[in-house]
Ligand binder design. Structure first.
Ligand code: PMP
Ligand code: GLN
Length: 385
């Protein structure tokens, strides 16, 4: 007897670069500035609120769409920050992190043969979801110059065909740390206006925008919001990436389709976490203070590298800093990141891992969501390379 052959649906997929680099960092005792997660704890108040929810007996299935208190808190936040009123009953769904929101949004809207435009470098979960839906990913590469990365809207417009079903955008952007601004939303709106094209907007770093700039949420823009799934994650905002609680906001007709998938791939999301987060959201201070908190870390990290041989690119948002390393090494990105981890004992992520086609730019990504002393330890080495 032998196991039946299983034709793979995702031939290009292996272990993610984040897992690989975290493992390598662990094996070699390197400071892990690779995988994006904080090395510090969350607010103890949030832990108390989740604990209280468990003790109060909130331990059975939550409603499929999310507990009402959390959906109400999310709708209130979106209205306060971006001026769009989403109906908490029919337009907000709590998800198992942003990853599941993204996967379900793609599965419910992309049909076999549909094209989905993805701006590269791109976070790693978009392409597998498109492939599972039977869709065809159409990559459009960002421009990168001495200042940093930007979206070439002219090239993106040229990539639209009658088969285009969706455009995926992500701001603040992982891995580049660039952000979309009002003019970018206008350019996107000009492309989709009058078409049936949907927008999937990954805004998990929405509260990490620096230098006094505003987050250009797609939910701010009427033409875009009418056709968009807007996704975020409490993991990033509240320093709890392991909790995997997020949400999607979308017009009622899109939400109805979203929930048909959501209902069967997760049904509902961790109940006590939802209660704890809903109560914690009553105070907006934690997310309003986040730009200041992370800008300090970004500035500390950038100042530490200012006199080094690394060339700093723009980091206007996220907790990532991309750097050119051409003055230090001519190795390809994956090899340089490996060398950096094994020999210099600081882990980074090669930006080449975020492209579907081989693309070498001589750039790696560091995560600065770390204690100041962790950053200092990494800087002691990086500044001398
Ligand atoms: N999108 C981006 C751009 C991310 O960086 C992440 C976090 N790694 C996710 C989505 C997934 O978020 P979550 O952990 O909530 O599933
Ligand atoms: N979002 C995290 C990053 O970009 C990684 C999450 C994961 O390991 N899948 O580093």
């Amino acid at each position: 007897m032998s196991t039946p052959a299983l034709p793979t649906r995702l031939p290009a997929v292996g272990t993610t670069v984040f897992t690989q680099m975290s493992q390598l960092a662990l094996e070699h005792g390197a400071v892990n500035l690779g995988q994006g997660f904080p090395d510090f704890g969350c607010d103890p108040k949030l832990l108390d609120l989740v604990n209280e929810a468990m003790r109060a007996g909130h331990n059975q299935y939550a409603p499929m769409t999310g507990i009402p208190a959390l959906r109400t808190a999310i709708a209130a936040k979106l209205e306060r920050l971006y001026g769009r009123r989403y109906d908490e009953a029919g337009e907000i769904t709590v998800t198992n992190g942003a990853s599941q929101a993204i996967q379900s949004a793609i599965l419910c809207s992309v049909h076999p043969g549909d094209e989905v435009i993805v701006i590269e470098p791109a976070y790693d979960c978009y392409l597998p979801a498109i492939a599972l839906a039977g869709g065809v990913a159409v990559p459009v590469a960002m421009r990168v110059d001495s200042a940093g990365y930007s979206v070439p809207w002219d090239l993106l417009a040229a990539a639209v065909t009658p088969r285009t079903r969706m455009i995926v955008v992500n701001s603040p952007h992982n891995p580049t740390g660039s952000i979309l601004r009002a003019a970018d939303l206008e350019a996107l709106a000009a492309i989709v206006a009058g078409t049936e094209i949907l927008v999937l907007s990954d805004e998990v770093y929405e509260h990490m925008v620096y230098d006094g700039e505003e987050h250009a949420s797609v939910s701010r823009h009427p033409v875009l919001a009418e056709r968009a799934f807007v996704v975020s994650s409490f993991g990033k905002t509240y320093h709890v990436t392991g909790w995997k609680v997020g949400y999607v906001a979308a017009p009622a007709s899109l939400t109805r389709e979203f929930r048909k998938v959501h209902q069967y791939n997760v049904f509902s999301v961790n109940t006590p976490m939802q209660h704890g987060i809903a109560a914690y959201m009553e105070d907006p201070a934690p997310y309003l203070e986040l730009p200041g908190f992370y800008q300090h870390k970004r500035d500390l990290f950038r100042a530490g590298l200012a006199g080094s041989r690394f060339e700093l690119l723009e980091s206007s948002g996220t907790y990532f800093q991309c750097v050119r390393y051409g003055a230090i090494s001519s190795l390809p990105e994956a090899e340089f990141a490996r060398w950096l981890t094994v020999e210099a004992k600081v882990a980074a992520i090669p930006v080449s891992a975020f492209y579907s086609r081989p693309t070498e730019s001589g750039i790696v990504r560091f995560c600065f969501a770390k204690k100041d002393e962790t950053l200092q330890k990494a800087l002691d080495t990086l500044s001398r390379l």
